[in-house]
Design a protein around this ligand. Sequence first.
Ligand code: GLA
Length: 744
Amino acid sequence: MAIDVDEQQRYFHLTAGESSYVFQVIEEGYLAHWYWGPAIRPVGQVDRREMLIPRPFAPSVVPDHEWLSMDTLPQEFPGWGRGDYREPALRVRDSKGNRIVDLRFAGYEVMQGWPGPEGLPHLIAPSDGECQTLAVRLNDPVIRLDAILYYSVAHNLNAVIRWVRLENRGSDRVTLERALSASVDLPYGAWQFVQLTGHWGRERHVESGLLRGGVHRVESVRGTSSHQAQPFLAIAEEGVSETFGAVRAMNLVYSGNFLAIAQGDSYGGVRLGIGIHDDTFEWVLEPGEFFETPQAVLVYADHGLQQMSHVFHELYRKSLGSHGWRGRNRPIVLNSWEAMYFRVNHQDVVQLAKVAADVGIEVVVIDDGWFGDRRDDRRSLGDWVSNPEKFPRGIKGVADDLHALGLKCGLWVEPEMVSRESRLYQEHPEWCLGIPDRSLSEGRHQLVLDLSNPQVVDWMVEWLGRLIEETGIDYVKWDMNRHLSEVGSPVWPPSRQGEVYHRYVLGLYRVLEALTGRYPEVLFEGCSGGGGRFDPGMLYYTPQIWTSDNSDAIDRLAIQYGTSLLYPVETMTAHVSAVPNHQVGRVTPLSTRGWVAFSANLGYELDLRKLSRQELDEIRQQIRFYRQMRDLVQHGTFYRLASPWRDNSAGWMFVASGAQEALVIWINQWAEVSGPIRWLRLRGLDPTQDYRVVDVTQFDFGRELGIWGGDRLMGQGLAWRFDRDFQAKAWYLRTREFHEGERQ
Ligand code: GLA
């Protein structure tokens, strides 16, 4: 059973794969968190009551229970104001202006399957295992607010999915000031944090350090999850590595402002919390109204970051994704942006597409520049009609020509934005986010549409649906090129202005839900100036995301490596681009650019017409080989082997078919004179099997190097001496018995 309840002791014992999560209803109906760690059997007592000793300056809620202080009790969903001086999960304001909330146990229910919060992306129960949900109802009898805590688990996955529903059951208004999705109190230990940070062009670099006293926060108040932060925070055993150390990680299924906290408490413990950021959030609950938080995914891994990643990858592959594309192979794309920028037109796109079709590309995406008077980034956002000079036969005409070449057609849109210089802005200036009497800041010369306004949402669903149907496009690249400022909306009263940030995200999800539901065959790619909104919320609708506007192969090593901490490689689009690279001017070999993009969801973004015959042949070969390897890369198990920060090289491998085959990719950074011979120790193989090792660096089954034992490949590794900057090396391994059919 994934969920065991001891009625007598009022214990709740969740078994999530190889982990357990335990809490209990204690005196006065409080919910005490006892355990989150390696799996334990649901027998006997697991409590940490020995920790509940009276502490100086820790007020007790009940006079003769000095030990029962909210300040020392490990809790499941701490409220503000009853003597817990740590970060609360819930803070409210009642109709009298008081802010105390005091939640006690009021019942529970165990159900099959995984329910999800209304209007928000959520994880779908995988079909191959027992999936259960525990719902625990808490109640504050004074303000008559109920909180239902949801915990979903699958018996074979080390993840607990948490979210909360808050119901106003009284007759007065309650305003939510903070409503996190999950909170967990961990006991004393030497903890290290792991997080992903960055900025435009440098997303999701791994950062780690010792956790100290005080509050460690990872957050975004930019209106999106952002380039700068990732809605993720892990607390790990000191010295954590890919294969060592207990890790407890949280990731929020949400695309707006978020807050993740790790707070060292006075006694060496840590409180974790994750949810919507309260600096930009308030929600009014009138009598009878409810609010549901996004889901937080809690992952426990006993053996380091690799295991943590495998849990996230498996969960997101199986359970994230609303319609159509979950689990399907992703096509090979050519994007026009770095090839033509704003100068796209029918003739050039079709010329380029002919070369693309010839080398094996599957989708051509017409990026920015196709609509209105869009000759630069100063105008036309909002006027989503193709430019008749650039596209005399419209987008339908170019889509027809691409289809005739055997290609699919993709189109760039940035629906959430409007340029001042546009018909839309002239007609509907009130459709922008804004605050009366304040001027509006511009980002990339554009303003943000008010997605908290249902009229704007309906308009967006309508024009995008019409565009898809009239043009016959197969692929939509959904961009979002600025962060929010002056956030307010004329459609909501003053008391609800604090809701607009979250209502914006809900509006966005409504549009995406409608479109992906109506057009399940259309593949939506997410983008926000590259990877500025790369989160599980967006991945639910856009199963792949443009990982970064930085297409330089060497910078991409760190970006893709960091992103892989949480997300499977097929979610990351990666394009081979021109040299010198447009962002950093670096010149890297075509094969290296190929291998870096090959390590994710392969695509191209350069003017193929300008390449030599030899370069085109090489690209043709890359694509042919990727097609042979696509299911291994896009569905295999991913192992990070060498870190771009630590090792002067980056290495990883994909393992599939029950460890019968693997692909190893290793990229050098800086050449060293008389440098060492390096060893790359492999992982995930079968130590008892013998593997044929083939050098596939040239994107073909070039040279068989020999037959080596899995034990040796993992114990000692593969050796190479890189002697040039940015060199790439790749090997394909398969067991003697494995007949890979189409691979060779
Ligand atoms: C953003 C995207 C790019 C490209 C441009 C077009 O920067 O990340 O890939 O689509 O917009 O303006």
